[in-house]
Design a protein around this ligand. Structure first.
Ligand code: HEM
Length: 415
């Protein structure tokens, strides 16, 4: 591309930018975008990895695999909900900060964006169908029913992920948007195509499900081992499997990361050999080394670090992924999200952070306490007075939040 073509693309992107500006500093949006993407992809990987274990367990007659498959279905079911809920957050941030790119990419593949929701619903239903068919089995070693539905669920989840991947990849090619829109002199309004993808990049993000699920297995042993009815042979078997998955999976993922870096578009320049280019790959391989050193034997303390470590590694990869986007759009195409017009709105910025910390914090603390205690109790769990109080406080905080929301809304409306 020559300089005049690049400057046309730059102008096009700035022309598409929302003239209303953004309500706080762009760096805050991007920071939150990276953080929430790391959380989203961690739960996506946890969901995919534990679904794969469920599926393998369903087709394997080994009683340990069967039990593990049933146990991991519980994790997968929760992870898919968390992945979806946390997926909304990076969606909001990316559409604010990269609005010309996100909306163009979505409009170019509009049918897929709409189909995304339906495919996701089907995938979710298929997983629950399998769960309702088998969840009540007292004996977890019997052959599960309707195994096909778990295959359908996992396959559709991958399609959903691929749609997201394609939308993200299309963002990186503003030089091709017009070509995609006008093919052979005919305008294509259909939105029926996914125009860009990078199989290595997609495979990398999906493959991280192996070490992340490994981290979950190590955590699972630690969590269940304190129960009076713990079957230590089975739990040790699961944790050993987890350690293997972390080590082997990290190596596979690191290899795919290298393949991704070797297949970047030309507009990325020398990103692959830059600091952030290396950092993502080194972080992934570091997980294997960490597991070899810190997860030896029973690793009573470090077992609980396996998933937080995966999050830290995911965060480094998320920064590297964002630096790649910035490198292409700013360094090559001269579109800098940092020069977005800021129309400072302290109320909404403050409300966001306070909601996150106080409303989110109190509700999450209550839910996590209940989930933790239930998992470690044999038989029926009855919450203590203190835990009950946590729940009441969380509800009151939510009620107060809603009251302030309507009061401020009416006040502004009446002004
Ligand atoms: C449950 C199935 C899902 C899977 C398997 C999945 C998978 C993925 C993957 C692999 C990526 C990385 C793409 C890349 O960088 O190449 C991604 C990014 C993303 N996903 Fe998901 N996802 C799922 C659901 C969702 C949902 C329900 C939402 C939103 C409501 C969502 C929002 C996002 C966003 C906003 C990004 C980042 C976009 C960007 O930064 O350009 N995802 N997802």
């Amino acid at each position: 591309m020559d300089a005049s073509q690049v400057s046309q693309v730059t102008e096009m992107m700035y022309a598409l930018r929302n003239p209303a500006g953004v309500p706080t500093y762009p760096i805050i949006f991007i920071g939150l975008g990276v953080l929430t993407f790391a959380l989203h992809i961690l739960f996506v990987q946890l969901m995919l990895g534990t679904s794969a274990i469920t599926l393998y367990g369903a087709f394997n007659s080994n009683p340990y695999w069967r039990r593990l498959g049933a146990a991991m279905l519980e994790i997968s079911k929760v992870s898919v909900s968390v992945a979806i809920v946390i997926g909304v957050a990076p969606l909001l941030f990316v559409q604010v900060i990269y609005d010309p790119h996100w909306y163009t990419s979505n409009v170019l593949s509009a049918k897929w964006v709409i189909a995304f929701i339906f495919i996701l619903i089907l995938a979710y239903w298929a997983m629950y169908f399998y769960y309702f068919q088998n969840g009540k089995n007292a004996d977890k070693t019997v052959t599960p029913k309707s195994r096909w539905s778990m295959i359908v669920s996992l396959a559709l989840m991958l399609v959903v992920g691929f749609i997201m991947h394609s939308l993200t990849t299309q963002i990186l090619h503003p030089e091709l948007w017009k070509e995609w829109y006008m093919q052979d002199g005919v305008l294509d309004y259909s939105g029926s195509q996914l125009h860009a993808y990078n199989p290595w990049r997609f495979a990398f993000f999906i493959s991280m499900a192996i070490p992340v699920a490994g981290g979950m297995l190590v955590t699972y042993r630690r969590f269940k081992s304190v129960r009076e009815d713990a079957d230590h042979d089975y739990l040790n078997w699961a944790a050993d499997l987890g350690k293997k998955w972390i080590k082997v999976g990290s190596v596979i993922s690191a290899a795919l990361y290298v393949a991704w870096m070797m297949n970047l578009p030309e507009t990325a320049g020398d990103f692959a050999t830059s600091f952030w280019g290396y950092a993502g790959g080194i972080a992934v391989i570091f997980y294997a080394l960490w597991a070899m050193i810190r997860l030896k034997g029973e690793a009573r303390f470090c077992s609980y670090m396996a998933l937080p470590m995966a999050l830290v590694i995911g965060l480094i990869v998320a920064v590297s992924r964002e630096m790649l986007r910035y490198g292409i759009l700013n360094d090559f195409f001269h579109y800098d999200f940092m020069d977005y017009k800021v129309v400072m709105d302290w109320y909404s910025t403050g409300l966001f952070f306070l909601t996150f910390a106080i409303v989110g914090g109190s509700v999450l603390a209550y839910f996590l306490t209940i989930a933790w205690k239930t998992g470690q109790t044999v038989g029926v769990y009855t919450p203590s007075a203190a835990v009950d109080k946590m729940g009441t406080v969380a509800i009151w905080i939510m009620v107060l939040w809603m009251i302030q929301f309507f009061v401020i809304g009416f006040w502004i409306w009446a002004k």
